[in-house]
Design a protein around this ligand. Structure first.
Ligand code: GLU
Length: 514
């Protein structure tokens, strides 16, 4: 069932109802990888049929998030394409025509029920202890619709402009069977399903009708989407049958749920907040509440690391490889590698991948992060220096801001020596030893890490001391830090003049203890 027969055309079809959740990005990514792998097309379709949930800012947000990650659609609201328009609100007439077709073939019907009538139907069913009170093959019998009303009455109501919806006529007895590429054969008894509204009273299609009409019209070959849409799939299958489009039905691929870091239940924004990690790709300000949420981008996650992380949330390459760039992913991706079990959202893994992708950057690129911060603070630097510092601090950096935080101290001497006080180890002996070492350091001719080390070790050996006895003091004197990158390399990068100046300054500023 994994053979790819038709030209691959997949779609990412978000609804602009707010910021895109990271799970939505994973869906977009899997569609993208699949399209690229099979020389297919990725379509970006905006599913904005629900005006009550429409958020104007959301569409631009979706575009910006995809752009940040490099998920570029081949067709869509910006690119255009042979199947335009790609915004559902601009396709109203198309849906209307297809709704009429279903009415004509008896697969759909007009329903005129008022909200009060619908409420009282539910109450009646609840009172009768019906498990899921719904408008279905049984309850439709006593409601106001074109199946129960005389035809003249129906026509009269339509002519008078009485409000109506068009509902799908769910077969009473049918086992709906379809094959999901991840879950295998799925069977659903149609009697458990309701007569879903296809066309709303404002004349707009609902998600179900618009989605199927568009997937068909846009010749979608595979529907790759989150598991939360699986319950809608039986209706979608029936719609294909009702239209007589069975032969054009796409392959179904429902992606596993993203779970809380603890592994129980679906990942929510609240879980992310509680664990202190973002849930949205980019920062988002809720237009109604003005509540702000930090995005992965603003937290310092690299787009390539996000792609790598999301690709592995539900898909496995079938090997131990964890580090992928986009080209590797396209080459390795397959639907067969998608699992059906929910996947824990492990932010530590994202952080680790971010570090790995940071390591892959050129020294110049790492230096760029510093340049921005140094320019802002009007601190002078040379390009060679920023690259060297970038290279030096990257081992300990998970995020670009770590590079900045750890690297900036190379360009700006400490003003105070907080860590000296904290350490309390800056004794008179240490002070005297450091004094002696400055003079030794000053005499080092070839100022490179091994030579500096050799000079220092020689002094220490004479006194039967180990390097560890003085390292912390040098680090405090140079950077006012207790940890950091390799100290000898740090001195080399600082250069002889800066190294000795900083130590001298520290010796004057720090009052030894004891
Ligand atoms: N508009 C739906 C969403 O917001 C699309 C679901 C689907 O892919 O069929 O996710």
């Amino acid at each position: 069932m994994h053979d790819i027969e038709k030209p691959v055309r997949v779609r990412f079809a978000p609804s602009p109802t707010g910021a895109l959740h990271i799970g939505g990005i994973r869906t977009a990514l899997y569609n993208y990888l699949f399209a690229k792998k099979y020389d297919g097309k990725l379509i970006l379709r905006i599913e904005d049929t629900d005006q009550t949930r429409f958020v104007a800012e959301a569409e631009q947000y979706i575009l910006s998030a995809l752009e940040w990650l490099g998920i570029v659609p081949d067709e869509g609201i910006n690119q255009g394409g042979a199947y335009a328009p790609y915004r559902q609100s601009e396709r109203k007439d198309i849906y209307h025509t297809y709704a009429m077709q279903l009415l004509e073939t008896g697969h759909a019907y007009y329903a005129f029920d008022t909200p009060e009538a619908l409420d009282s139907m539910r109450e009646r069913l609840q009172a009768a202890k019906v498990a899921s009170p719904q408008y279905n093959a049984i309850s439709r019998e006593w409601m106001s619709n074109s199946l129960t009303l005389p035809q003249e009455e129906v026509e009269d109501r339509l002519q008078r402009g009485a409000p109506y919806v068009i509902r799908f006529k769910m077969p009473h007895k049918q086992i709906i069977r379809f094959y999901d590429q991840v879950r295998g054969w799925i069977k659903v008894d149609a009697s458990t399903l309701d007569d879903k509204v296809l066309l709303k009273s404002d004349g707009m299609a609902t998600y179900h009708l618009a989605n199927i009409v568009d997937d068909y019209s846009m010749q979608i070959s595979h529907v790759i989407r989150g598991e939360e849409w699986l319950p809608s799939a039986p209706l979608h299958v029936l719609l294909y049958e009702a239209f007589g489009w069975e032969g054009a039905m796409p392959q179904w691929v429902h992606l596993p749920l993203l779970l809380k870091p603890e592994g129980h239940g679906k990942l929510s924004k609240r879980d992310a907040d509680a664990h202190g990690f973002p849930i949205f790709p980019l920062s988002w300000t809720d237009p109604v509440t003005q509540q702000q949420a930090m995005g992965f981008r603003e937290k310092g996650y690299l787009p390539e690391a996000m792609i790598n992380f999301l690709a592995l949330l539900g898909w496995s390459p079938g090997s131990n490889q964890e580090l992928f760039n986009i080209a590797d992913l396209i080459a390795a991706f397959s639907i067969a590698g998608i699992g059906k079990a929910g996947v824990k959202f492990n932010i530590q893994k994202a952080n680790w991948l971010n570090h790995q992708h940071l390591l892959q950057k050129s020294n110049a690129a790492l230096g760029e992060y510093l340049i921005q911060a140094l320019d802002e603070a009007a601190i002078p630097y040379t390009l060679a220096q920023v690259s060297q510092v970038g290279e030096l601090v990257k081992e300990r950096a998970h995020f670009p801001q770590d590079i900045v935080e750890q690297g900036k101290v190379f360009f700006e001497p400490p003003h105070t020596y907080q860590s000296a006080a904290i350490q309390g180890k800056f004794t008179t002996e240490v002070h005297t030893l450091l004094q002696e070492l400055v003079t030794v350091i000053e005499k080092v001719e070839i100022f490179t890490a091994p030579v500096i080390k050799e000079a220092i070790v020689q002094v220490l050996e004479e006194k039967h001391l180990k390097l560890g006895a003085i390292m912390f003091a040098i680090r405090i004197a140079l950077f006012d830090k207790t940890t950091g990158p390799d100290l000898m390399r740090s001195m080399e990068v600082l250069g002889k003049a800066t190294t000795t100046q900083r130590i001298e300054k520290a010796l004057q500023a720090i009052t030894p203890v004891g």
